[in-house]
Design a protein around this ligand. Structure first.
Ligand SMILES: [Zn+2]
Length: 303
């Protein structure tokens, strides 16, 4: 199979921006799990960063522009500085697209992992999405991401929440902060390093963002099976079985020909026919591949 991407910037007529951040630095105080035997402590950064990167990758594949607001630096990028990065860029986007409403230009998402009291507490787990209570568009974004996360994970949905968080409060675009799990719940702490879980969170965040802009992720990303390869493989199998049968027949004939020299003429005739059939086969295979390529081209143009 292969994946075909539609470009949301072509569908919308402008390039929407997503401000994305994986909150915290490796060195940020706190922001880590309690000690886990055999693993040690897991930093929040070890989850947030790969998910943030993957969110960027997935979004850019479908035509979003993304701005990483927690770039890799020796020290933590303060929340004030991050909000400034977002707002400076957002102003430029407003100048670039003066006719668009602010809520169409872009959105922001902060990716986090929650903690309760820093000790393993079985009872507290789940994911939640936060928005600023005064932002209707922030709420809309948080709602979509929350719904998408609820579809994909077996965790408890702690729901849509409001909080006076810097990134959702001090930034111009609609903003959402996602807490993907709890660092002080054992099962969720261990999942932080699980690549499949990281991928799931990233794709659900992206799905929610797509819906904010009026598109379903599945309509933008199409998985197409590869009929060319499959048909050739199938053909090769038939060919192989055919050749094996022929080979067995030739061997049988040759052993007969050893006994009867008149058979040798028959054998050489047969071998010539076999060669002709093989050449014909190669031609038909070539033709089939051309036909399938033509069909795929048609599919591409129609879509
Ligand atoms: Zn955090």
């Amino acid at each position: 199979m292969r994946i075909e991407y539609k470009d949301i910037s072509k569908l919308l007529g402008y390039e929407p921006t997503v401000y994305r951040g994986g909150g915290h630095h490796l060195s940020t105080a706190g922001k880590r799990t309690p000690y886990i035997p055999g693993i040690g402590v897991i930093r929040e950064y070890q989850f947030n960063r790969p998910v943030n990167e993957r969110v960027g990758e997935l979004l850019e594949q479908i035509g979003f522009r993304t701005v990483n607001v927690s770039p890799e630096q020796a020290t933590e990028v303060t929340l004030g500085k991050r909000a400034q990065i977002v707002n400076n860029d957002f102003r430029k986007q407003q100048k670039k697209y003066p006719k668009l409403a602010w809520y169409e230009l872009g959105v922001g998402v902060s990716i986090h992992y929650n903690a309760y009291n820093g000790i393993f507490d079985k009872k507290r787990g789940g994911f939640s999405t936060f928005h600023n209570k005064r932002s209707a568009y922030g709420k809309k974004l948080a709602q979509f991401i929350n719904e998408e996360m609820a579809k994909g994970t077996s965790q408890i949905n702690r729901g849509l929440k409001t909080n006076n968080l810097a990134m959702t409060r001090d930034t111009y675009p609609a903003y959402c902060l996602v807490e993907c799990g709890f660092m002080d719940m054992k099962t969720e702490a261990v999942r932080m390093l699980d690549k499949d879980f990281q991928e799931e969170c990233a794709i659900e965040i992206v799905r929610g963002i797509c819906r904010y802009f009026g598109y379903e992720y599945d309509d933008l990303v199409t998985i197409i099976p590869e009929p060319v390869k499959e048909s050739i493989n199938k053909h090769h199998d038939t060919q192989r079985r055919f050749m094996k049968k022929m080979y067995e027949q030739v061997v049988e004939m040759l052993s007969e020909g050893m006994r009867d020299e008149y058979k040798l003429e028959e054998i050489s005739l047969f071998l010539a026919e076999l060669l002709d059939a093989a050449i014909e086969d190669i031609h038909s295979l070539k033709q089939q591949v051309e036909e399938i390529n033509y069909e795929q081209k048609g599919y591409k143009e129609a879509n």
